[in-house]
Design a protein around this ligand. Structure first.
Ligand SMILES: NC(=O)c1ccc[n+]([C@@H]2O[C@H](COP(=O)([O-])OP(=O)(O)OC[C@H]3O[C@@H](n4cnc5c(N)ncnc54)[C@H](O)[C@@H]3O)[C@@H](O)[C@H]2O)c1
Length: 247
């Protein structure tokens, strides 16, 4: 069993998930990473953790990862539901397959992982923390990513419902809603001066955010420094959601 507190980050092989894992490792967690990419092993090694190749949208595979972690490392005390996909497409021809895939990963797997982690925490007597990766698209929409917007809006309400259900057990559930962050998901925008200019026209701080700027807020929400915060979504967006007109 572990002599270090265990955290699990989904989609942790790169980007925001890996930055969350790095921040949690610095706070003393032994971090488990679950990702579809084989590079999850190297990423985990870099932070003294352990990698699992897993399609998080496959509930059976996800449960098997939890079972292995509990048996071989110890109970999960902090869960970061970060894995997510966008699948952009034309609204009028957007396929139900793409819609189901986005909802299956971005929303359904968040519920499955939260339920499993909470049961493990309750069994182990741990007053743990769960953080869901939302987006400003929980609040403002882009027509080319309808399923993504719906999934992140769902995550906001699921975060509140989970927080209410788990508060009696001392488990806190919050979310972080990034604005435009420099990761592979944003690579298309970053590579296009026109697209980047559009993003900057909506970003009062005047730059794209770093993955670590999200990871640090996630680490805060997993720490005792946020012990009275639950059911909340913190938007880390360089001021985007506060903006009305631009000139
Ligand atoms: N980058 C941004 O600007 C931004 C903004 C708002 C929200 N987000 C959210 O942050 C989270 C991380 O995004 P990112 O920007 O780091 O993207 P990314 O594409 O760099 O990383 C996503 C990670 O999730 C993994 N993944 C994808 N499908 C998976 C599956 N089925 N099972 C397990 N792992 C899977 C990928 O392999 C990858 O390692 C997502 O939930 C995304 O919606 C990102």
């Amino acid at each position: 069993m572990a002599d270090q507190t265990i955290a699990l980050v989904t989609g942790g092989a790169q980007g925001i998930g890996l930055a969350c894992a790095e921040a949690l490792a610095e706070d003393g967690y032994k971090v488990m990473l679950a990702d579809v990419k084989d590079s999850v092993h190297a990423a985990a090694k870099g932070i003294g953790g352990r990698g699992f190749v897993c399609d998080v949208a496959d509930a059976g595979a996800l449960m098997a990862v939890f079972d292995t972690i509990e048996a071989e490392e110890g109970p999960v005390a902090a869960l970061v539901n970060n894995a997510g996909i966008a699948r952009p497409g034309d609204f009028l021809s957007y396929s139900l397959e793409d819609f189901d895939a986005v909802i299956g990963l971005n929303l359904r797997s968040v519920f499955a992982a939260t339920q499993r982690a909470a049961n493990g925490m309750i069994k182990a007597g741990i007053k743990g923390a769960i953080v869901n990766m939302s987006s400003i698209n929980a609040v403002v929409a882009i027509p080319a990513i309808p399923a993504y917007c719906a999934s992140k809006g769902g995550v906001q309400q699921l975060t509140k419902a989970s927080a209410l259900a788990l508060a009696p057990h001392g488990i806190r559930v919050n979310a972080v809603g990034p604005g435009s962050i420099d990761t592979e998901m944003m690579a298309g925008v970053n590579a296009s001066p026109e697209a980047l200019a559009r993003v900057m026209s909506r970003t009062p701080i005047g730059r794209v955010g770093t993955a670590r700027e999200i990871g640090d807020v996630v680490a805060f929400l997993c720490s005792s420094k946020s012990s009275y915060v639950t059911g909340e979504t913190i938007y880390v967006d360089g001021g985007r959601l506060g903006l009305n007109y631009t000139v």
